[in-house]
Design a protein around this ligand. Structure first.
Ligand code: TRP
Length: 338
Protein backbone atom coordinates (compact mmCIF):
# COMPACT_ATOMS: atom_id res chain seq x y z
CA UNK A 1 0.00 0.00 0.00
CA UNK A 2 1.15 3.55 -0.58
CA UNK A 3 0.88 7.03 0.84
CA UNK A 4 -2.53 7.44 -0.65
CA UNK A 5 -3.89 4.52 1.41
CA UNK A 6 -6.68 5.49 3.73
CA UNK A 7 -5.36 3.72 6.79
CA UNK A 8 -4.75 6.10 9.70
CA UNK A 9 -1.25 7.53 9.77
CA UNK A 10 1.06 6.58 12.63
CA UNK A 11 4.45 8.15 13.31
CA UNK A 12 7.02 7.02 15.82
CA UNK A 13 10.75 7.14 16.30
CA UNK A 14 13.59 6.01 18.49
CA UNK A 15 16.99 7.56 19.06
CA UNK A 16 20.12 5.76 17.86
CA UNK A 17 21.86 5.90 21.20
CA UNK A 18 22.72 2.26 21.76
CA UNK A 19 20.96 -1.04 21.77
CA UNK A 20 17.36 -1.51 22.77
CA UNK A 21 16.25 -3.26 25.92
CA UNK A 22 13.67 -5.98 26.33
CA UNK A 23 11.53 -3.16 27.76
CA UNK A 24 11.80 -1.15 24.55
CA UNK A 25 10.79 -4.23 22.60
CA UNK A 26 7.84 -5.32 24.71
CA UNK A 27 6.68 -1.76 25.38
CA UNK A 28 7.12 -0.25 21.94
CA UNK A 29 8.76 -1.98 19.03
CA UNK A 30 6.61 -5.08 19.15
CA UNK A 31 3.48 -2.93 19.06
CA UNK A 32 4.86 -1.02 16.09
CA UNK A 33 5.31 -4.27 14.24
CA UNK A 34 1.73 -5.28 14.92
CA UNK A 35 0.38 -1.86 13.91
CA UNK A 36 1.73 -2.19 10.40
CA UNK A 37 -1.34 -4.18 9.43
CA UNK A 38 -3.91 -1.57 10.29
CA UNK A 39 -2.03 1.70 10.00
CA UNK A 40 0.02 3.58 7.48
CA UNK A 41 3.17 3.56 9.62
CA UNK A 42 6.15 5.86 9.48
CA UNK A 43 9.10 4.76 11.62
CA UNK A 44 12.01 7.11 11.93
CA UNK A 45 15.52 6.73 13.32
CA UNK A 46 15.76 10.14 14.98
CA UNK A 47 19.47 10.86 14.66
CA UNK A 48 19.06 14.63 14.93
CA UNK A 49 17.49 14.19 18.35
CA UNK A 50 20.47 12.10 19.45
CA UNK A 51 22.77 15.05 18.71
CA UNK A 52 21.39 16.99 21.66
CA UNK A 53 23.86 14.97 23.71
CA UNK A 54 27.50 14.93 22.54
CA UNK A 55 28.13 11.86 20.36
CA UNK A 56 31.25 10.20 19.09
CA UNK A 57 30.93 10.19 15.26
CA UNK A 58 32.00 6.58 14.66
CA UNK A 59 29.79 5.35 17.44
CA UNK A 60 26.80 7.38 16.29
CA UNK A 61 27.15 5.96 12.81
CA UNK A 62 27.33 2.47 14.24
CA UNK A 63 24.25 3.07 16.40
CA UNK A 64 22.29 4.34 13.39
CA UNK A 65 22.94 1.12 11.46
CA UNK A 66 22.37 -0.96 14.55
CA UNK A 67 18.97 0.56 15.24
CA UNK A 68 17.95 0.25 11.59
CA UNK A 69 18.97 -3.42 11.58
CA UNK A 70 17.04 -3.94 14.82
CA UNK A 71 13.89 -2.36 13.40
CA UNK A 72 14.07 -4.81 10.49
CA UNK A 73 15.00 -7.79 12.67
CA UNK A 74 11.99 -7.15 14.89
CA UNK A 75 9.70 -7.28 11.88
CA UNK A 76 9.32 -3.75 10.62
CA UNK A 77 8.76 -4.15 6.93
CA UNK A 78 10.14 -1.33 4.78
CA UNK A 79 7.80 -2.27 1.94
CA UNK A 80 4.71 -1.91 4.05
CA UNK A 81 5.87 0.98 6.23
CA UNK A 82 8.11 3.98 5.71
CA UNK A 83 11.46 3.52 7.47
CA UNK A 84 14.01 6.30 7.28
CA UNK A 85 16.65 8.43 8.92
CA UNK A 86 15.52 11.82 10.19
CA UNK A 87 18.57 13.70 8.86
CA UNK A 88 17.86 12.44 5.33
CA UNK A 89 14.65 14.45 5.13
CA UNK A 90 15.53 18.13 5.40
CA UNK A 91 11.92 19.14 6.00
CA UNK A 92 12.26 18.02 9.63
CA UNK A 93 14.86 20.68 10.38
CA UNK A 94 13.08 23.26 8.26
CA UNK A 95 9.72 22.82 9.92
CA UNK A 96 11.36 22.72 13.34
CA UNK A 97 12.70 26.24 12.75
CA UNK A 98 9.30 27.53 11.69
CA UNK A 99 7.53 25.87 14.61
CA UNK A 100 10.08 27.30 17.05
CA UNK A 101 8.63 30.70 16.24
CA UNK A 102 5.23 29.42 17.39
CA UNK A 103 6.51 27.88 20.62
CA UNK A 104 6.98 29.86 23.79
CA UNK A 105 10.11 29.73 25.95
CA UNK A 106 7.89 29.12 28.95
CA UNK A 107 6.35 26.05 27.36
CA UNK A 108 9.76 24.52 26.71
CA UNK A 109 10.99 25.43 30.19
CA UNK A 110 8.20 23.36 31.66
CA UNK A 111 9.25 20.14 29.91
CA UNK A 112 10.31 17.65 32.57
CA UNK A 113 12.63 15.80 30.21
CA UNK A 114 14.52 19.04 29.54
CA UNK A 115 14.87 19.66 33.25
CA UNK A 116 16.14 16.10 33.81
CA UNK A 117 18.58 16.17 30.90
CA UNK A 118 19.87 19.61 31.85
CA UNK A 119 20.66 18.11 35.25
CA UNK A 120 22.45 15.12 33.71
CA UNK A 121 24.45 17.14 31.18
CA UNK A 122 25.30 20.28 33.09
CA UNK A 123 28.32 21.05 30.94
CA UNK A 124 26.37 20.87 27.68
CA UNK A 125 22.96 22.42 28.13
CA UNK A 126 22.79 23.35 24.46
CA UNK A 127 19.93 25.11 22.71
CA UNK A 128 19.08 21.89 20.88
CA UNK A 129 18.37 20.15 24.16
CA UNK A 130 15.93 22.96 24.87
CA UNK A 131 14.21 22.95 21.47
CA UNK A 132 14.16 19.13 21.24
CA UNK A 133 10.34 18.98 21.60
CA UNK A 134 9.93 21.40 18.68
CA UNK A 135 11.84 19.03 16.41
CA UNK A 136 9.66 16.21 17.67
CA UNK A 137 6.57 18.27 16.87
CA UNK A 138 7.93 18.78 13.35
CA UNK A 139 8.49 15.02 12.96
CA UNK A 140 4.90 14.32 13.81
CA UNK A 141 3.12 17.22 12.10
CA UNK A 142 4.94 16.88 8.77
CA UNK A 143 3.12 13.64 8.02
CA UNK A 144 -0.41 14.68 9.04
CA UNK A 145 -0.07 11.98 11.69
CA UNK A 146 -3.23 10.76 13.43
CA UNK A 147 -1.73 8.49 16.06
CA UNK A 148 1.55 8.54 17.95
CA UNK A 149 2.42 5.51 20.08
CA UNK A 150 4.33 6.98 22.99
CA UNK A 151 5.39 5.98 26.45
CA UNK A 152 4.63 7.98 29.58
CA UNK A 153 7.91 9.86 29.25
CA UNK A 154 6.92 11.37 25.88
CA UNK A 155 3.34 12.33 26.68
CA UNK A 156 4.25 15.87 27.62
CA UNK A 157 6.05 16.36 24.30
CA UNK A 158 3.02 15.12 22.42
CA UNK A 159 0.78 17.51 24.36
CA UNK A 160 3.06 20.35 23.30
CA UNK A 161 2.88 19.14 19.69
CA UNK A 162 -0.89 19.31 19.86
CA UNK A 163 -0.82 22.80 21.41
CA UNK A 164 1.49 24.10 18.70
CA UNK A 165 -0.63 22.54 15.94
CA UNK A 166 -3.84 23.99 17.34
CA UNK A 167 -2.21 27.42 17.74
CA UNK A 168 -0.89 27.39 14.18
CA UNK A 169 -4.20 26.23 12.74
CA UNK A 170 -5.99 28.93 14.73
CA UNK A 171 -3.87 31.57 13.02
CA UNK A 172 -3.71 30.19 9.47
CA UNK A 173 -6.45 27.62 9.00
CA UNK A 174 -6.33 23.81 9.07
CA UNK A 175 -2.75 23.19 7.94
CA UNK A 176 -1.88 20.48 10.46
CA UNK A 177 -3.82 17.48 11.62
CA UNK A 178 -3.83 17.40 15.42
CA UNK A 179 -2.38 14.02 16.49
CA UNK A 180 -3.68 11.79 19.26
CA UNK A 181 -1.54 9.67 21.56
CA UNK A 182 -1.82 5.91 21.35
CA UNK A 183 -1.07 4.64 24.83
CA UNK A 184 -1.40 1.24 26.41
CA UNK A 185 -2.66 -0.75 23.47
CA UNK A 186 -3.20 -4.48 23.98
CA UNK A 187 -0.16 -6.58 24.47
CA UNK A 188 2.02 -3.80 25.81
CA UNK A 189 4.06 -4.88 28.80
CA UNK A 190 5.75 -2.41 31.09
CA UNK A 191 8.96 -4.20 31.82
CA UNK A 192 10.71 -3.21 35.05
CA UNK A 193 14.34 -3.13 36.12
CA UNK A 194 15.46 -6.62 37.21
CA UNK A 195 17.45 -5.22 40.13
CA UNK A 196 15.11 -2.44 41.26
CA UNK A 197 11.71 -3.65 40.09
CA UNK A 198 9.93 -0.48 41.14
CA UNK A 199 11.66 1.36 38.27
CA UNK A 200 11.16 0.84 34.57
CA UNK A 201 13.86 -1.08 32.71
CA UNK A 202 16.18 1.49 31.21
CA UNK A 203 19.23 1.55 28.92
CA UNK A 204 20.97 3.77 31.42
CA UNK A 205 20.56 1.73 34.61
CA UNK A 206 23.79 1.53 36.60
CA UNK A 207 23.96 -2.26 36.74
CA UNK A 208 24.09 -4.43 33.62
CA UNK A 209 22.13 -7.04 35.53
CA UNK A 210 19.22 -4.62 35.65
CA UNK A 211 18.40 -4.82 31.96
CA UNK A 212 18.11 -7.38 29.22
CA UNK A 213 19.35 -6.09 25.89
CA UNK A 214 17.77 -7.39 22.69
CA UNK A 215 21.10 -8.72 21.49
CA UNK A 216 22.25 -10.32 24.73
CA UNK A 217 23.55 -13.86 24.39
CA UNK A 218 21.27 -16.58 25.78
CA UNK A 219 23.68 -17.36 28.66
CA UNK A 220 23.77 -13.70 29.67
CA UNK A 221 19.98 -13.61 29.69
CA UNK A 222 19.79 -16.68 31.91
CA UNK A 223 22.30 -15.13 34.28
CA UNK A 224 20.37 -11.87 34.51
CA UNK A 225 17.09 -13.61 35.28
CA UNK A 226 18.76 -15.89 37.82
CA UNK A 227 20.02 -12.82 39.64
CA UNK A 228 16.77 -10.88 39.35
CA UNK A 229 15.68 -9.36 42.64
CA UNK A 230 12.55 -10.93 44.16
CA UNK A 231 11.57 -10.94 47.86
CA UNK A 232 11.56 -13.17 50.93
CA UNK A 233 7.87 -14.08 50.94
CA UNK A 234 8.46 -17.21 48.89
CA UNK A 235 5.04 -17.42 47.24
CA UNK A 236 4.26 -16.79 43.61
CA UNK A 237 1.28 -14.47 43.42
CA UNK A 238 0.64 -11.23 41.57
CA UNK A 239 1.21 -8.30 43.93
CA UNK A 240 2.89 -5.28 42.35
CA UNK A 241 3.17 -3.42 45.65
CA UNK A 242 4.62 -6.06 47.93
CA UNK A 243 6.24 -8.33 45.34
CA UNK A 244 7.24 -6.09 42.44
CA UNK A 245 10.07 -8.41 41.36
CA UNK A 246 7.84 -11.46 41.09
CA UNK A 247 5.12 -9.41 39.37
CA UNK A 248 7.69 -8.24 36.83
CA UNK A 249 8.82 -11.79 36.09
CA UNK A 250 5.24 -12.91 35.67
CA UNK A 251 4.53 -10.00 33.32
CA UNK A 252 7.61 -10.77 31.24
CA UNK A 253 6.73 -14.47 31.06
CA UNK A 254 3.20 -13.58 29.91
CA UNK A 255 4.44 -11.09 27.32
CA UNK A 256 6.98 -13.58 26.00
CA UNK A 257 4.65 -16.59 25.83
CA UNK A 258 1.34 -14.90 25.08
CA UNK A 259 -0.30 -16.43 28.16
CA UNK A 260 -2.66 -14.51 30.43
CA UNK A 261 -1.85 -13.60 34.02
CA UNK A 262 -4.31 -16.18 35.25
CA UNK A 263 -2.61 -18.88 33.23
CA UNK A 264 0.73 -17.78 34.60
CA UNK A 265 -0.49 -18.04 38.17
CA UNK A 266 -1.95 -21.48 37.54
CA UNK A 267 1.28 -22.58 35.95
CA UNK A 268 3.61 -21.28 38.68
CA UNK A 269 1.54 -21.12 41.85
CA UNK A 270 3.10 -24.05 43.67
CA UNK A 271 6.61 -23.45 42.48
CA UNK A 272 9.73 -21.77 43.78
CA UNK A 273 11.13 -18.51 42.45
CA UNK A 274 13.96 -20.42 40.77
CA UNK A 275 11.56 -22.07 38.36
CA UNK A 276 9.83 -18.80 37.53
CA UNK A 277 13.19 -17.21 36.80
CA UNK A 278 14.41 -20.08 34.62
CA UNK A 279 11.21 -20.37 32.61
CA UNK A 280 11.06 -16.63 32.11
CA UNK A 281 14.65 -16.63 30.84
CA UNK A 282 13.84 -19.52 28.49
CA UNK A 283 10.73 -17.80 27.15
CA UNK A 284 12.65 -14.59 26.55
CA UNK A 285 15.43 -16.46 24.78
CA UNK A 286 12.91 -18.20 22.58
CA UNK A 287 11.38 -14.84 21.70
CA UNK A 288 14.66 -13.05 21.05
CA UNK A 289 16.58 -15.76 19.21
CA UNK A 290 15.08 -15.12 15.75
CA UNK A 291 15.53 -11.39 16.24
CA UNK A 292 19.19 -11.84 17.11
CA UNK A 293 19.73 -14.08 14.09
CA UNK A 294 18.07 -11.68 11.71
CA UNK A 295 19.98 -8.78 13.19
CA UNK A 296 23.29 -10.55 12.61
CA UNK A 297 22.37 -11.13 8.98
CA UNK A 298 21.54 -7.47 8.43
CA UNK A 299 24.14 -5.64 10.44
CA UNK A 300 27.06 -6.62 8.23
CA UNK A 301 25.28 -5.46 5.13
CA UNK A 302 25.48 -1.70 5.56
CA UNK A 303 25.06 -1.18 1.82
CA UNK A 304 21.64 -2.80 2.01
CA UNK A 305 20.67 -0.91 5.15
CA UNK A 306 21.63 2.37 3.54
CA UNK A 307 19.66 1.47 0.44
CA UNK A 308 16.58 0.79 2.54
CA UNK A 309 16.99 4.08 4.41
CA UNK A 310 17.52 5.97 1.16
CA UNK A 311 14.37 4.53 -0.34
CA UNK A 312 12.45 5.26 2.84
CA UNK A 313 13.66 8.86 2.83
CA UNK A 314 12.46 9.33 -0.74
CA UNK A 315 8.99 8.15 0.25
CA UNK A 316 8.98 10.30 3.37
CA UNK A 317 10.25 13.40 1.56
CA UNK A 318 7.34 13.49 -0.86
CA UNK A 319 4.87 13.51 2.00
CA UNK A 320 6.82 15.88 4.23
CA UNK A 321 7.32 18.44 1.47
CA UNK A 322 3.60 18.64 0.86
CA UNK A 323 3.03 19.79 4.41
CA UNK A 324 6.05 22.08 4.40
CA UNK A 325 4.80 23.86 1.27
CA UNK A 326 1.41 24.30 2.85
CA UNK A 327 3.09 25.90 5.84
CA UNK A 328 5.19 28.24 3.69
CA UNK A 329 2.19 29.30 1.73
CA UNK A 330 0.04 29.92 4.75
CA UNK A 331 2.58 32.12 6.51
CA UNK A 332 3.45 34.14 3.39
CA UNK A 333 6.66 32.54 2.11
CA UNK A 334 6.61 32.18 -1.71
CA UNK A 335 7.39 28.67 -2.96
CA UNK A 336 10.31 28.50 -5.37
CA UNK A 337 9.64 27.32 -8.92
CA UNK A 338 11.01 23.84 -9.58
N1 TRP B 1 11.62 11.75 21.75
C1 TRP B 1 11.35 10.36 21.47
C2 TRP B 1 12.08 9.49 22.49
O1 TRP B 1 13.13 9.84 22.96
C3 TRP B 1 11.80 10.00 20.07
C4 TRP B 1 11.02 10.76 19.05
C5 TRP B 1 11.48 11.76 18.27
C6 TRP B 1 9.68 10.54 18.71
N2 TRP B 1 10.50 12.20 17.45
C7 TRP B 1 9.38 11.47 17.69
C8 TRP B 1 8.70 9.65 19.17
C9 TRP B 1 8.09 11.55 17.14
C10 TRP B 1 7.42 9.72 18.61
C11 TRP B 1 7.13 10.68 17.60
O2 TRP B 1 11.59 8.42 22.77
Amino acid sequence: MTASSDRPIVFSGAQPTGQLTLGNYMGALRTWVRMQQDYDCIFCVVDLHALTVRQDPAQLRHHIFELTALYLACGIDPEQSTVFLQSHVAAHSELAWLLATFTQMGELERMTQFKDKAQQHQLNINAGLFTYPVLMAADILLYQTQRVPVGEDQKQHLELTRDVAVRFNGLYGPVFRVPEPLIGTDGVARVKDLQEPSKKMSKSAASELARVMLLDEPEAIVKKFKKAVTDTLGVIQYDEVNQPGVANLLNIWCAATGHSREEALNHFSHNQYGKLKMETAEAVNYLLQPIREKFLENINNQELLLKILTKGAAKARVRADQTLEKVWESIGLPIARR
